[in-house]
Design a protein around this ligand. Sequence first.
Ligand SMILES: *Cc1c(COP(=O)(O)O)cnc(C)c1O
Length: 400
Amino acid sequence: MDHTLEKSAFAVDEKGYYGLFGGAYIPEMLYPNVEELRQNYLSIISQPDFQQEFQNLLSEYVGRPTPLYFAKRLSEKYQTQIYLKREDLCHTGAHKVNNTIGQILIARKLGKKRIVAETGAGQHGVATATVCALMGLECIVYMGKLDMERQKPNVERMHMLGAKVIAATCGSQTLKDATNEAMRHWINNPTDTHYIIGSVVGPHPYPDMVTRFQSVISEEIRKQLTEKFGNPNPDYVLACVGGGSNAAGAFYHFLDEPEVKLIALEAAGQGVSSGHSAATTALGKPGVLHGSKTILMQTDDGQVTEPYSISAGLDYPGIGPIHAHLFESGRAQFYSVTDEEALQAGLLLSRMEGIIPALESAHALAYLEKLHAKPNDIVVVNLSGRGDKDLATYSKALSL
Ligand SMILES: *Cc1c(COP(=O)(O)O)cnc(C)c1O
């Protein structure tokens, strides 16, 4: 892993902040767990045996490096040079496994026997159950009761992999309730349990730790572009943002390269002003969510607003603190894409390139329509995951 960004204005500072955002706003009961991790994560990550095992699993188990594929027909349509970073080809079908591999190796170094995680649509739960099976660790995944009904195939995958899935039955019975239950479990089992968070959210050091594990994406893009063109920098990098881990990974090694334009795509749902949206930077204000200061959707008196997106992975009321900082500083541009635009972009990629993208990734693809890049510009789109999990949604919405 490349550590050249440690002195960057966009890297986390010693107190766990990105500009005004980040920190660790946690109940006192959680402090020992988070503090143990904070004191150890950087030294563990930098150990040669950790790096060797991490890199070996990424190549032999996950299938990295993932290809940087020139999408010829799509490029002709949009009159520019489009490259797809194929995270959809990772084992388990998305980028999330890059992070769960890293975190389970940390958990093992810390002597933990059990892993707890939260999951919304089940993608992070599956990636966590996968690495627990790989390492022979006990795995407990909290999932909203409603989400368990909506995402049955992923519940079945987790069961097949040997994980215990516990229904979160309070509140709206979705992701935020599952997160609360997982936190409660961690508080009650501090010494033998590690909590694997699935995005660049949560208290410091999680956003930085997850960003480092996902930064393999931009590290590979730079290497692959250098091999193709002798220049590591594209003109644009596009990525969708739920909590923001695939975007953070795709942006990371370009943060201090101002000629690379970074574009983050949020879910507008049924429209930014429809009341059914997850466009956090358009609708949100600064506040504290899941342990860090960031931008989140909230009512005037500070209650978190229920988000909406057709894509479960983008259906989150906040963004990671690194993205709040990239937004405020103007280093990345944030736009939003509606359900309908994403569905059409998913259909277009399927029909023009033979690749069915995850609905999340389709949000990044949809922006190609509005980008108006020049014919010789190199545009990298991070294809965060494959669309098998979304086939029922595509079929119904597009009347296929
Ligand atoms: C979970 C998920 C996302 C959203 O999470 P980020 O942390 O924002 O990357 C995006 N794409 C896919 C395929 C996912 O599974």
